[in-house]
Design a protein around this ligand. Structure first.
Ligand code: PHE
Length: 333
C-alpha cells in the first residue's frame, strides 16, 4: 500500500490545475466516492495495526497535498483580477496588532509558565459560592464591600465574578495537590470609573498548593517574578494586609518615585504603587474545596493587569485601555 500511496503522491505533484475543469477532474479522481482517497481509507480500515502505523501518516499527507493543490488554484483565481474574487477567503496578510493589555497579560503568563505554573480558566458569570462563600466570605460579611458586585438580575445567586479567585476555587475542588496554576481573565466591579479604576478590568491570580508550602516560598516567587518583569534593579516592598481568604496576607509595592506630578498623584505622594495582593490560603478555604489543611498548605496571589500595564508603559489614565482610540493603541505596535 505504501508504494501505491507514494505513486499517487507523485501523480499529484506532477498534475497541473489551471482551469475549473481541471479542478473538477482532479476532485473526481481523488475526492469522489469512488475516488482514490476514499478507496485508500476504506482499505486502511482493514489492514493490521503494525501496517496502520506505517501507512496512516502517508495517507493523510496525500490528502493534505490534494487539498493544497485545489487551494492554491483558488488563490491564483483571487490574485488574477479578471476573475471573480472569493470574498470568504481569509486575508493573506494580518494587519492588526495586539492590544497592550493582551501583550502585558501574555508577558506575565509567560514568566509564570517558565516558573512551572499552568493556566486554568473559568466562567465570567459565577455563583455566590465560588466567588464569595467558599473564599471565607459568607453572606452579609462586611468584607464583601471590598468588591462591589454586579448581580445578574434574574437570580441574585449569580453575579459577574469580581476576581478570578473563583477559578481557583473551581480548580482546587476538581484537582488534587500539587496544584500550581495561574488564572488570567476579565473581572467586574461596580465602581465609579476614574483614572485609577474601571468597572471591567483584567486580573492574573496564582495558586500553589502542596505539602510544606511556606510564606518564604511565596515571597521568593513574587520577587523573582517582579525582577523578571520590571528588571533586576526594581525596588520592591512587602506590606502586611488583609484578605478574607488568606492568612497571613500581604501586598507587594513597586517603587515609582515622586519626580513627576503624575507619579506623585498615582502613588498618593509615597512613591510606592501597590501591584498585587497575596497570602497563605486560609485553611477554611482549603477545606471548602475538599483539600485537607492538615496535610497541605498553599499560597495565592492576584494582580491587576491594567495597573501593571500603566506602570510599565507610563500610562496615567486607565480608561485609555478601554476606549480603542487608534492613536493611543498604535503606540504599542
Ligand atoms: N482576589 C484578590 C482581589 O481581587 C487578590 C488576591 C488574590 C489577594 C489572592 C490575596 C490572594 O483583590
Amino acid at each position: 500500500m505504501l508504494k501505491e500511496i507514494r505513486a499517487y503522491y507523485q501523480e499529484v505533484v506532477e498534475t497541473t490545475i489551471s482551469s475549473k475543469n481541471d479542478v473538477f477532474v482532479f476532485k473526481k479522481r481523488f475526492f469522489s466516492k469512488q475516488g482514490v482517497l476514499n478507496s485508500l481509507f476504506s482499505r486502511f480500515k482493514k489492514i493490521s495495526k503494525e501496517e496502520k502505523k506505517l501507512v496512516g501518516k502517508d495517507i493523510n499527507l496525500l490528502k493534505d497535498l490534494c487539498q493544497k493543490k485545489i487551494n492554491s488554484f483558488s488563490l491564483s483565481l483571487v490574485s488574477n483580477k479578471n476573475t471573480v474574487e472569493d470574498l470568504t477567503r481569509p486575508s493573506p496578510t494580518f494587519t492588526g496588532s495586539k492590544h497592550p493589555i493582551t501583550k502585558i497579560s501574555g508577558q506575565i503568563n509567560e514568566i509564570f509558565k517558565s516558573l512551572g505554573f499552568y493556566v486554568s480558566s473559568g466562567p465570567e458569570i459565577e455563583d455566590d459560592w465560588h466567588n464569595f462563600e467558599a473564599l471565607n466570605l459568607p453572606k452579609n460579611h462586611p468584607a464583601r464591600d471590598m468588591q462591589d458586585t454586579f448581580f445578574v438580575n434574574v437570580n441574585p445567586d449569580f453575579l459577574l465574578r469580581t476576581h478570578t479567585s473563583s477559578v481557583q476555587v473551581r480548580h482546587m475542588s476538581g484537582n488534587k495537590p500539587p496544584i500550581r496554576t495561574i488564572s488570567p481573565g476579565r473581572v467586574f466591579r461596580n465602581e465609579a470609573v476614574s483614572s485609577r479604576a474601571h468597572c471591567i478590568f483584567h486580573q492574573i491570580e496564582g495558586l500553589y498548593v502542596d505539602k510544606n508550602v511556606s510564606f518564604t516560598d511565596m515571597k521568593n516567587l513574587l520577587f523573582v517574578f517582579a525582577k523578571k518583569f520590571f528588571g533586576n534593579d526594581v525596588s520592591l516592598r512587602f506590606r502586611p494586609s488583609y484578605f478574607p481568604f488568606t492568612e497571613p496576607s500581604a501586598e507587594m509595592d513597586v517603587f515609582l518615585g515622586t519626580q513627576t506630578e503624575a507619579d506623585y498623584r498615582l502613588t498618593k505622594g509615597s512613591g510606592w504603587l501597590e501591584i498585587l495582593g497575596c497570602g497563605m490560603v486560609d485553611p477554611n478555604v482549603l477545606s471548602n474545596c475538599n483539600i485537607n489543611p492538615k496535610t497541605y498548605s498553599g499560597y495565592a496571589f492576584g494582580m491587576g493587569v491594567e495597573r501593571i500595564a500603566m506602570l510599565k508603559y507610563g500610562v496615567k489614565d486607565l480608561r485609555l485601555f478601554f476606549e480603542n482610540d487608534l492613536s493611543f493603541l498604535k503606540q504599542f505596535n
